[in-house]
Design a protein around this ligand. Sequence first.
Ligand code: MRU
Length: 347
Amino acid sequence: MLQALEWKGRTLRFLDQTRLPREEVYIETEDYRDVVEAIKTLRIRGAPLIGVAAAYGVCLGAFEALKSDDFFAFLREVDADLRATRPTAVNLFWALDRMQRIWLPGESEGDWEDIVERLVEEAKTIDRENALLSERIARFGAGLLEDGDRVLTHCNTGPLACGGWGTALGAILWAVHREGKRLVVYADETRPLLQGARLTAFELQKAGIPVTLICDNMAGFLMSQGVITKVIVGADRIAMNGDVANKIGTYTVAVLARHHGIPFYVAAPLSSVDPKARSGADIPIEERGAEEVLSFGGVRVAPQVAVRNPAFDVTPAELVTALVTEEGVVYPPFGEKLERLKEGRRP
Ligand code: MRU
């Protein structure tokens, strides 16, 4: 499997995911601004990976802050720049909050070198934990998939999006590779940025798992023909009532799945559950530029007209059969169970 990112002493090395599957190009940087740019442009993407990258971005910024006049003013700027990259994946803010708990109280103490050291340790811990959690999610998710299932997934939720095994795609990888289940996998191409076509199809092929790629508007027909038996997707943010923000098109798939009586599973770490979002209405949805819709694979396919480009949508909890977290599978009603899990108690 390709490694999406790696911390090397004082450098972050990451795969430029915008160039996949054509080229496997790694970028190495000591400049936190490159991490900001990479998250904005989706060179680094996928909610859990964005969190890890942001944590390392703070480390790069902290090394630079050591050379500045005002260490903490510089760090505040780094933190603000990273927070402004993408609004929906809550893992970004979750990771930056964790990093902030290290440097913010330090403002009075002032041992800068020590703070930087602790920031690097915390980022590495977030990275390590992320990989370990993804293995648990993959294992629990695989338990929902049966030998012979024909599984549809949307967007990209594998190692490229999450590190480790991934979330929804991790469940598929675990079911096939570790449990020997025979699955037929369908991947939505995921317009406009084609994460399904470019990344999910690529990761599955690399893993030796046959995949059938479909355009986003084909899922309903395949379901009506009895071709799909289960759907499993990831999440960028889950509200406390179980509403799920995920890549645009997910809601459509969930409605179709309900209409056809097909289980619809969402796999994500608990860091994707936002204690501040009571429902999906509290989740900010990123609206991206028009060019992504006016073009296809970098080629202009439409005249210059008005465009809407919401990058995510919200699937109401009532359409979700179960959530798969690192603490196990959670069935509706979600509210109280998610609260207990966020507090570190059993659901
Ligand atoms: O815009 P992206 O590529 O960063 O979108 C994130 C995603 O890959 C998906 O929404 C995914 O299903 C959840 S993150 C593993």
